[in-house]
Every structure is written in C-alpha cells, then in structure tokens.
Design a protein around this ligand. Structure first.
Ligand SMILES: Cc1cc2nc3c(=O)[nH]c(=O)nc-3n(C[C@H](O)[C@H](O)[C@H](O)COP(=O)(O)OP(=O)(O)OC[C@H]3O[C@@H](n4cnc5c(N)ncnc54)[C@H](O)[C@@H]3O)c2cc1C
Length: 377
C-alpha cells in the first residue's frame, strides 16, 4: 500500500493538466488504465479552439485558456497550438444562429468579422454559396489549432518536474473510504490518498459508483472524424476550420495536406473504446459533398471518440457533496482540450481552497459555476 496526498484517476487532458498543478501541493500520482496517456477522447479530438461551441461558462474558460495557447512555446519543445482562423457558415434560414454566434464570438475575439455570401469562396473556394448554399459567415482569425500530443506531454513534464508520477497500465478496480483516506486498488498496487480526483472521462460515473458516490448522470456521445485528400492541385493548407452553424459538418486542414471532417454526430454510447460505423462515415462524406463542390474519392482514415456531457452540458469541477475528499473533474464534452488550462487552474484552487485565480475572476467565472452542487445538476 502506497500512501500519497492526491490520486488522480484518468490520464487524459483533464487529469494530466490538473495533476501538473496539483503535484505542487504534495505527492501526486495519476493512474491511467491504458498504456499511454490520451488513448481515449484526448487523443481522438479535432483539436480546435473556438467560440462556436458550448455555453457561457465554456466560452469564459476558453478565453482564459486561449491566452495560454497564444503564449510562446517552451524552449526546446513544440508549441501547444498555432493560430488558425475559424469560419462559421450559415444558410439563409440560419441567420439568427449566426447573429447569436457573432455576438458571443465578438465578446471574446474582437477581430472576428461577418462575411457575406460570395466572399466565403474567397476563403474556402469549394463552398457552395447562393440559393442552395451558404449565404453568410463569421470569420474569426484569432482561433487556434491545438496539438493534443504536445499538450499531454507538456503536462506530463510539469507533473514530473513537480515530483508527481504518471502510472500507465493501472486500471482502478476498487475504491473505498477508510477513515480519513480513500483506498484505491489497481491491478498491481494499492494507494491510500487524502483526496481523489475523478478525471476518468466517459467512465467518471462508473468510478463514482465504484466509490459509492452518487453519479452526476454523465452522457458519453460518440463523434466521428474522417480524413481524405482534397482534389488534385488544391492547396488546403491556408483554409480555416470551417463549421456550419446548424446541422452539417466541420472540416479543417491537417498538416499532411489532407482534410479532416466530421458530420458532428452525437450518438449516445456506453463508455467504451469507440469505433466509427459505416453509416456515419458515409454521412460525413455526404455532408461535405453536399456543402461543397469537392468530391471525396477515398476516405484514408477514420476514427471515433466519446464526448462526455453533464446533464446541463457544462463542465464540472469540485468536491462531491456526498463524499469528503472525492473531487469531480468531468463533463468536458466537446471542449475539453480548449478549456483545459482554465479548468486546471480552477481545479487546483478548488481542491486546496486557494484564492480564486485572477485570470478566472477577470473572465467573469464565479467559484460556484463549476460546482457539482450547482442547481442545474
Ligand atoms: C471526435 C472528437 C472531436 C473533438 N474535438 C474537440 C476539439 O476540437 N476541441 C476540444 O477542446 N475538444 C474536442 N473534443 C473533446 C475532447 O477530446 C474531450 O473533452 C477531452 O479529451 C476529455 O478529456 P478527459 O481527460 O476528460 O477524457 P479522456 O481523454 O477520455 O481521459 C480519461 C481517461 O481516464 C481513463 N480511465 C477511465 N477509467 C479508468 C479506470 N478505471 N482506471 C484508470 N484509468 C481510467 C481512460 O483510460 C482515459 O484515458 C473532441 C472529442 C472527440 C471525440
């Protein structure tokens, strides 16, 4: 039995970004079931940071995190992100949605501007515009393409520098409360910890049940991405992340000259190693072909992952009301990478009762907003 201060369960972006900060306050271990960090959602994302997703809390956390992504890279290490524009596109009947998104985006990203009909094709030449296409858009040059691997590795380094440890191949199999501590059994080792942080992504409710703690009612939703080559001779490297404001798709260029696209599917799933299905792969290609003049000849790669939401769709960080020392860090939905720096700051402050970080206060994030005790949960 190993006795430590804080045990973090889950080696995705949520657990690792929080652990990198938690480790400054006492011995910290991160347990990850898989053999490498980021095997599940954190390694399967579209890795983009923008304001076209989530509620007000998500936007404020994104604004705090964007400052981190905009900062220069650590010496000798790859940058966590690079600036890449976002383009939101709307059909005539979706103008209200575009107006709302414009207001939200401008509140955080003042360089964003509205683009009219035909001008969309100057940015993404394959878009269909006019009567059976898109009639307007919103272009935000100050969005970011994230590098999930660089983000995970930077957090692992910070964790180790602070004396913490990431233990892979360590599935948590039992959790119980023994007096003042939590005892957690993995296949190889048992840990006694003053506090545990539940950052198990799609499995976070399962972990709570294992510990006898009331689940939050999390819903994992499957999302699928395809990768394909643009038509011969078309250079997509300068294209923005392009997303329909309503149903449809998003697409973005990848480093290798390919495009990634998702039909923005949201299929309820059990927590699992999510796999793409044929129907959704076909839908991804069809949605892109309907919205553009681009045929998709061959899908070179495809994958799926889970986006896990709390019942009110907002992320959760805070001690469980029914279990001392049991801290929730869950419900990162489709915005877990782009909010992770802000969420990690909040988690550290809430775990140790520190002063509320200035950056969070300035962004207008209230200490209670992330709480698992908030009325909407
Ligand atoms: C297709 C797709 C596109 C996305 N696009 C974006 C995007 O553009 N921008 C963005 O910000 N977000 C995006 N997301 C969302 C983002 O990926 C997630 O919000 C984020 O990765 C969640 O991180 P996490 O650490 O909570 O979960 P995970 O990365 O899933 O980590 C949880 C970890 O807990 C471990 N675990 C579970 N149970 C146990 C156990 N019993 N013992 C030990 N370990 C355990 C798991 O193995 C897993 O590694 C996307 C997600 C998907 C699927």
């Amino acid at each position: 039995m190993r006795t430590i201060e804080t045990l973090v369960i889950g080696g995705g972006i949520a657990g690792l970004s929080a652990a990198a900060r938690i480790a400054r306050h006492g011995e910290t271990v991160v347990l990850e079931r898989e053999s490498a960090p980021g095997y599940h959602s954190s390694g399967r994302s579209a890795t983009f940071c923008h304001f076209g997703i989530g509620d007000g809390l998500v936007h404020k956390l994104t604004a705090v995190s964007k400052a981190v992504f905009a900062a220069p890279a650590e010496d000798g290490f790859p940058p966590l992100a690079r600036r890449m524009a976002a383009l939101f596109i709307a059909r005539a009947e979706e103008s209200d949605q575009l107006d709302r998104l414009t207001a939200t985006t401008l509140a955080h990203s003042p360089e964003a501007e509205r683009i009219a009909g035909d001008a969309l094709r100057e940015i993404v030449p394959v878009l269909k515009t006019g009567a059976d296409g898109f009639s307007a858009g919103l272009h935000d040059p100050d969005a970011y393409k994230l590098d999930s691997d660089a983000m995970l590795q930077a957090n692992v380094r910070a964790l180790r520098d602070a004396g913490g440890e990431l233990v892979p191949d360590a599935p948590v199999e039992a959790i119980r409360r023994d007096g003042e501590r939590w005892t957690v059994d993995t296949r190889g080792e048992s840990y006694a910890a003053k506090r545990i942080v539940n950052a198990a992504g799609a499995w976070a409710d399962k972990l709570a049940e294992m510990a006898g703690v009331k689940p939050l009612g999390l819903t994992p939703l499957k999302r699928t991405i395809i990768a394909f080559r643009p038509p011969e001779g078309v250079d997509v490297s300068g294209w923005p992340f392009t997303k329909t404001v309503g149903e449809g798709f998003y697409m973005l260029p990848e480093g290798s000259g390919r495009l990634l696209a998702s039909p923005m599917d949201e299929t309820a799933s059990e927590p699992c190693d999510a796999q793409p299905d044929e129907e959704t792969i076909a839908l991804a290609a069809w949605n892109v072909e309907q919205a553009t003049t681009m045929p998709i000849r061959r899908i070179e790669h495809k994958w799926s992952g889970l986006r896990t939401f709390a019942p009110d769709k907002s992320p959760v960080a805070g001690y469980a009301p029914d279990a001392p020392g049991f801290f929730w860090l869950a419900g990162q939905g489709g915005f877990g990478l782009q909010t992770s720096p802000g969420m990690a700051m909040a988690a550290e402050a809430l775990l140790f009762g520190l002063d509320w970080p200035e950056a969070l206060g300035e962004a207008g994030i209230d200490l209670g907003e992330l709480s698992p005790k908030r009325p909407s949960l």
